[in-house]
Design a protein around this ligand. Structure first.
Ligand code: MN
Length: 252
């Protein structure tokens, strides 16, 4: 399922995997600086995992308030904000999107006309088809019935359930090989074919790179956010590049 989006004009920025959390305040500071810089752009896409955890729009923690305010200020300044779900913040909902003035894309894949060609946007976890255990968990957590049941519980109960889930996921990840946590080439090829695209931008794997395929395809992977740097993608209206954002001296 992909969502068609209208042609963007001007500069477009793409970020993912900020994993914002109270335990890493420097990342929030870096993100706030980036959101200032993003005011110069026409649009910003957040390709999932903005937050380390999101347990419902009614359970926003105080830690996230500055980012929520900065996102609202960004859209108020006229920048288009697009949100996609990651595997951590898939419960981001319409209330949150409305609050910050964003458009929430619930589909796993979006096709964005960017310059001369359509570019496929996705979080990236759907490409990691080698991790069968994760894909089974994903199917369960994305089930609308499971989600409405979960969101009907009290915020305190949700926190407890999520902590238990994360604990299990940490144990599972520790026992997995590096290869299984990366994208599968066949999944990349079929995503290109299914959407009629030859370029894609995703995150999730925390392996930022600009992969150029022999058949002329291109897969730009944006990075996860560290205390002092992050890799993001930028389309200036003509060219797509993978850039680095640094604390204090971010290139404009
Ligand atoms: Mn992810």
């Amino acid at each position: 399922m992909s969502d068609a989006v209208e042609e963007a004009s001007g500069e477009t920025l793409f970020i993912a995997d900020l994993h914002l959390d109270a335990s890493r305040p420097a990342v929030t500071t870096l993100a706030l600086a980036f959101l200032e810089r993003a005011r110069a752009a026409a649009s910003l896409w957040i390709l999932g995992d903005l937050f380390e955890a999101w347990l419902g729009d009614d359970a926003v923690t105080e830690t996230h308030e500055p980012v929520v305010a900065a996102l609202g200020a960004l859209t108020a300044s006229g920048v288009e904000l697009h949100l996609m779900h990651g595997n951590r913040d898939f419960l981001l909902g319409e209330a949150f999107a409305a609050r910050v003035g964003a458009r929430l894309h619930r589909e796993d894949e979006c096709v964005l006309p960017l310059g001369a060609e359509p570019v496929l946007l996705l979080h990236g976890d759907t490409l990691c088809t080698g991790d069968l255990e994760y894909q089974a968990l994903r199917a369960r957590l994305r089930d609308p019935a499971w989600q409405s049941q979960f969101l009907a519980r009290s915020p305190v109960e949700r926190v407890a359930a999520a902590t238990a889930l994360r604990e299990r996921s940490r144990e599972a990840v520790a026992g997995k090989s590096g290869g299984i946590m990366d994208v599968e080439p066949e999944a990349v090829t079929s995503a290109f074919d299914r959407n009629g695209c030859r370029a894609m931008i995703h995150g999730h794997t925390h392996r930022p790179a600009d992969h150029r395929g022999a058949s002329g395809t291109r897969r730009v992977v944006v990075g996860d956010w560290h205390d002092a740097h992050a890799r993001y993608a930028r389309h200036d209206g003509t060219t797509l590049t993978l850039e680095t954002w640094r604390a204090h001296r971010g290139a404009r």
